[in-house]
Design a protein around this ligand. Structure first.
Ligand code: WT7
Length: 635
């Protein structure tokens, strides 16, 4: 029995205990047995929690694309690596084999080199969810260029600031993109961004929509002719274990986005290991993660994790609501998807729709269903388990972060018994702890606290690009000697973790420390309520009072808002106490959210305070138009 694959609960505990007793031995065995190295390491780990310095697999040499591509060719060259499912269901899907992907990545790698990109250069990739996005990412990794993928829904300002922060030399984009019924002029956005981004020398343009674009002489080049002329093989650049693989920007609670830097070997080892075990991927399975490659979920669990395991992974260009709300279910049936991984925000949106959208489709192929991005509430968990998983698929509620690189706390499919709303147990190699306000580690079970990780793990971000001080201060100072996640969690009677939400989402009302999450849970139990968010606003007597934004399941119910408000406060009063009652309730049709589904409480807080200035760049939101509606409806 290979210890790489966790077979049952007993095996999990054996490996977990081993990983805590001797983490270096644990990780070095996994790294040793399951990857192709140009040269092995001479030391597993060197670290300093105070200074936030981490090095894994010191002096090892490797290229991650050798492990994603080349090593699969001998036995699985004809296996499908990527299934591309276009936005428009009438457009044919593409099946790209490992052989074909190898050729496409090699050609692209050669093009990048010809265009002057060298090891260590930063390349901004601003593409829709099309195969060229995967190919571009892998081609960068092939030659040692550092990819910085920017989600193709971000505005010119957001693109420009990300390009400038890491002074990218090149942008890879497309003429346009399709998302639902809309076509977006990506090239136009890049042109605007580049007015303020002088570091960019070349722009490679993929043709996707065929819309007319401006091509700036000497800067912009159509990609297709370059690829056609390029050689079909490429020898991968030998990378040091700690050479940066990519930068990915994540929004901080204040200020400019943080360019999280991930390095090569540790990221490779842990994304591969976690993918295989959490999803129980088997040789001929078809795996689908609905995230965008512009986020860490897409990096680790659409591309690297699956390809490292020789999996078949779906890239879906569209959205769950186009042409209608059956799109996800139709794709699962069409490609006989075995593992499906999505976000609570998508689950809630789909659960709001009629079951008529889901029932005509066979979801029999599914074996495992997963969730990521925010706490999944009880109602959504049960809906997902019942209507998507048919109560036979483990629901893997995976907790992790852009910063952690890989899944940290999650059930292992068919190994860890699941419990609704619980991310359950840490993966082997991960040592979570709960901390109290006095910065002491909380022992025992049935406790709550701030979630920290007390020992380094291979796929952790190494720094914030250009600002190591900020990295240190954000993650390693609140609880000295530990990595602070920013999340709160509880540990139940058997040691299962439930992530309760960001601990900065805490409001002090009349001296009482109120977490937003339990209050929102109480509100959401009202049968008329679909979703809610609460924030604090200044109050003469209480210090802060609570302002609730509530989305109703049916708009007609807004008619008796007065009664509803009373009932909602009664629920809160019953479940948490009168102290947590809302002073103000505003019924809204949506909440401002980030692309990963997180509520932008900062904006809601400002509106509740009556301060309509400086919302920041709201174009990066999933639904920027909602801000105007909420402003106008302020109570
Ligand atoms: C934050 C990280 C990790 C990829 C997607 C988001 C929240 C994430 C869960 C979960 C409860 C979760 C946390 C975390 N979160 N997964 N299963 N249960 N909360 O990446 O944008 O870096 O956000 O998302 O608050 O800190 P991210």
């Amino acid at each position: 029995m290979s210890d790489y694959i966790l077979e049952n609960l007993e095996h999990y505990f054996k490996m977990y205990n081993k990983s805590v007793r001797s983490p270096k031995k644990f990780w070095s065995q996994i790294a040793d047995e399951n990857f192709t190295w140009c040269q092995k390491w001479d030391k597993v780990l060197e670290y300093d929690m105070q200074e936030a310095q981490f090095k894994w697999f010191l002096n090892a040499k490797v290229n991650i694309t050798n492990n994603c591509l080349d090593r699969h060719l001998a036995n699985s060259g004809d296996k499908t690596a990527i299934i591309f499912e276009p936005n428009d269901p009438k457009e044919e899907a593409q099946h790209i084999t490992y052989n074909e992907l190898y050729v496409r990545v090699s050609k692209m790698a050669n093009v990048l080199k010809d265009q002057g990109i060298q090891k260590g250069d930063r390349v901004c990739i601003y593409l829709p969810m099309i195969p060229e996005l995967a190919v571009s990412v892998l081609a960068c990794a092939r030659i040692g260029a550092i990819h910085s993928v920017v989600f193709a829904g971000f505005s010119a300002t957001a693109v420009s600031s990300r390009i400038n922060d890491s002074s990218c030399k090149m942008v890879i984009t497309s003429d346009g993109s399709y998302r639902g019924s809309k076509a977006i002029d990506l090239k136009g956005i890049v042109d605007e961004a580049l007015e303020n981004s002088p570091s960019v020398e070349k722009v490679l343009v993929v043709q996707r929509t065929g819309t007319k674009v401006n091509m700036k002489e000497g800067r912009d080049i159509w990609l297709k002719p370059l690829l056609d002329a390029a050689l079909a093989n490429n020898v991968a650049q030998v990378m040091d274990a700690e050479d940066p693989l990519f930068i990915l920007y994540t929004s901080g609670s204040t200020g400019k986005p943080k360019g999280m830097v991930h390095t090569t070997a540790g990221y490779m080892v842990q994304t591969a290991y976690s993918f295989k075990n959490v999803f129980n991927y088997q040789q001929n399975d078809v795996y689908w993660c609905t995230a965008d490659i512009g986020w860490i979920t897409g990096h680790s669990y659409i591309l690297y994790g699956p390809l490292l395991n020789g999996a078949t992974t779906i890239i879906f260009e569209g959205v769950p609501s186009y042409p209608d709300f059956s799109r996800f279910w139709q794709i699962i049936e069409k490609h006989k998807v075995n593992q499906f991984y999505t976000a609570p925000t998508a689950i809630r949106a789909l659960a709001k729709e009629s079951l008529d959208f889901i029932q005509p489709y066979s979801l029999e192929s599914l074996k495992v269903i997963g969730s990521v991005g925010e706490p999944i509430n009880e109602e959504a968990w049960h809906w997902y388990n019942t209507h998507v998983g048919g109560k036979r698929c483990p629901v893997v509620d995976t907790w992790w972060q852009t910063e952690t690189g890989s899944i940290m706390i999650s059930p292992i499919s068919f190994v860890t018994p699941t419990k609704p709303t619980y991310a359950s147990l840490p993966l082997p190699g991960i040592q979570p702890v709960l901390m109290d306000e006095l910065k002491n580690e909380i022992q025992g079970n049935q406790v709550t606290g701030s979630l920290c990780i007390k020992f380094p793990w291979p796929s952790m971000a190494r720094t914030i690009w250009g600002d190591h001080q900020r990295y240190k201060e954000t993650y390693f100072t609140a609880f000295p000697g530990k990595y602070f996640t920013g999340d709160g969690a509880l540990r139940d009677e058997v040691g299962y973790y439930r992530i309760t939400g960001r601990v900065d989402d805490v409001i002090i009302v009349s001296g009482h420390n109120l977490g937003t999450a339990p209050i929102e849970d109480a509100i959401n139990e009202h049968p008329a309520v679909a979703e809610s968010a609460i924030v604090g606003f200044p109050h003469d007597i209480k210090g802060n009072a609570l302002y609730g934004y509530v989305i109703l399941k049916e708009v007609g119910e807004a008619l008796n808002q007065g009664n509803l408000a009373k009932e909602i406060n009664q629920l809160i009063s019953d479940q948490i106490g009168p102290i947590a009652k809302l002073d103000k309730i505003q019924f809204v049709s949506g909440l401002p959210k980030t692309r990963s589904g997180k509520i932008m409480r900062r904006i809601l807080r400002k509106i509740a305070e009556g301060d309509f200035s400086n919302f920041g760049d709201i174009t990066t939101l999933l639904n920027p138009e909602i801000v105007e509606e909420i402003k106008n409806g302020k109570v």
